[in-house]
Design a protein around this ligand. Structure first.
Ligand code: PLP
Length: 396
């Protein structure tokens, strides 16, 4: 059994705040500040450039990749961290298209996070004519996996509604039709157990600043199935993905396996924060996390539906959702601003979605009840109906 009272004590949450936005930016683990300070003073400050060897900075992308691997069902040596998720999407896509010559269609859906689609469009501009990004409604993905698809580019959990694709079934369908799969796990890693290897995913990518709590700008990760790792062509052929970076060879030779998905110098300070964040996950049973997440989500849905007229946007079927709950309301933005002003932090996604991240590591029943009660009070009193809550901020 995982003790979620213990994990809650590992976070530095401000007094008086109920935080339901860990699906967007995870909160600060208590150990992070010291861990980062140690890297700054004892490693960078005291050891200067030798810390690349003495503090093993150069090995960290692989070591941290392996620790994320445990959370997404990968074996050691199949996951590496670096860059941001947008970059990792581009890398996976370019490698997948190269691995499936003769096919020219990328299949994605309209629920995908825009950057994934933008990265695909950007890549297509570099490729010869005839390559295409085909974007269909999420519920139509299965019927559109046809024999002309080179690769599916899908985000497992919809960032707006929390709707979850059936990764195993869609992967099998893609393979049966000769297509490869890229799974974006931005809203999966740290949200529930993921089984990339067992599910047969060809590539998986994700970020570490959402459910994994590694802080703003923390690096992304990429998983490549072992059957592809030695054949994947790195489109972003950076020196740290070279077979021998310090040979300073003028010709690029890809590194062994997952090494070739490295690009440039890794973000050492952010990696220190990621290391501290991953410590929190030691001893956390992901099945227990999932059970608790569903319990808390159901509690929030029941309370909000009993006390407000908000419309649930998240599927009710537990198998079809991730670890967030979303509601729709035409005044969603102003309502969320009023809620945040009252100390309950969720967020808003256009055009009308109020999102609440369900993160059992640091949320309790009391938090859920308080959030629902505050929301009901704001709606009853129309406290949201003020000009300052309607004014849009740059980040929603
Ligand atoms: C959060 C998120 C991103 C963000 O990409 P960055 O490059 O890290 O800014 C990309 N894709 C999905 C599906 C996301 O949820």
């Amino acid at each position: 059994m995982t003790d979620f009272t213990r994990t809650r004590a590992l976070f530095d949450l401000p007094q008086g705040i109920t935080y339901l936005d860990g699906n967007s930016l995870g909160p600060l683990p208590t150990a992070t500040a010291d861990r980062v300070a140690r890297t700054v003073t004892q490693e960078w400050g005291a050891q200067l450039i030798s810390a690349w060897n003495t503090a093993d900075w150069m090995a960290m992308p692989r070591a941290l990749g392996d620790r994320i691997g445990r959370l997404i069902g990968a074996e050691p040596g199949q996951t590496v961290i670096g860059d941001t998720l947008s970059i990792k999407v581009f890398q996976a896509l370019a490698a997948a298209l190269h691995l499936n010559p003769g096919r020219r269609v990328i299949l994605s859906d309209t629920g995908n996070f825009p950057t994934d689609l933008y990265m695909a469009e950007g890549l297509l501009k570099l490729l010869p004519d005839g390559f295409e990004l085909r974007t269909v409604p999420p519920e139509d993905v299965a019927q559109n996996i046809t024999e002309d698809i080179a690769v599916t580019l899908l985000t497992e959990v919809d960032y707006r509604t929390g709707r979850r694709h059936d990764m195993g079934a869609l992967t099998r369908l893609a393979h049966d039709n000769g297509a490869l799969t890229i799974w974006d796990l931005a809203h999966s890693a740290g949200a529930f157990p993921v089984h990339v290897a067992q599910g047969g995913a060809d590539f998986a990518v994700g970020c570490t600043y959402k459910y994994l709590n590694a802080g703003p700008g923390a690096p992304a990760f990429i998983y490549v199935a072992p059957r592809h790792a030695e054949h994947a062509e790195p489109a972003l052929a950076g020196w740290l993905g070279h077979k021998a970076p310090f040979a300073f060879d003028l010709n690029y030779i890809p590194g062994a396996g997952i090494e070739r998905m490295r690009v440039g110098t890794p973000p050492v300070l952010q990696m220190a924060a990621l290391e501290a964040a991953l410590d929190v996950w030691e001893g956390v049973d992901l099945d227990a996390l999932r059970a608790r997440s569903l319990e808390l989500a159901d509690r929030l849905v029941a309370a909000v539906e009993a006390s407000t007229d908000l419309a649930l946007a998240t599927p009710r079927d537990p198998a079809m959702r991730g670890s967030q709950v979303s509601f729709r309301h035409p005044q969603g933005y102003a309502i969320m601003q009023a809620l945040i002003a009252a100390g309950v932090i969720g967020d808003f996604r256009a055009p009308d979605i109020l999102r609440f991240g369900i993160t059992p590591l640091y949320l309790s029943e009391g938090d859920i009840d308080h959030a629902a009660a505050t929301l009901a009070q704001i709606l009853d009193s129309r406290a949201w109906d003020r000009p300052e809550y309607r004014a849009r901020k740059p980040v929603t």
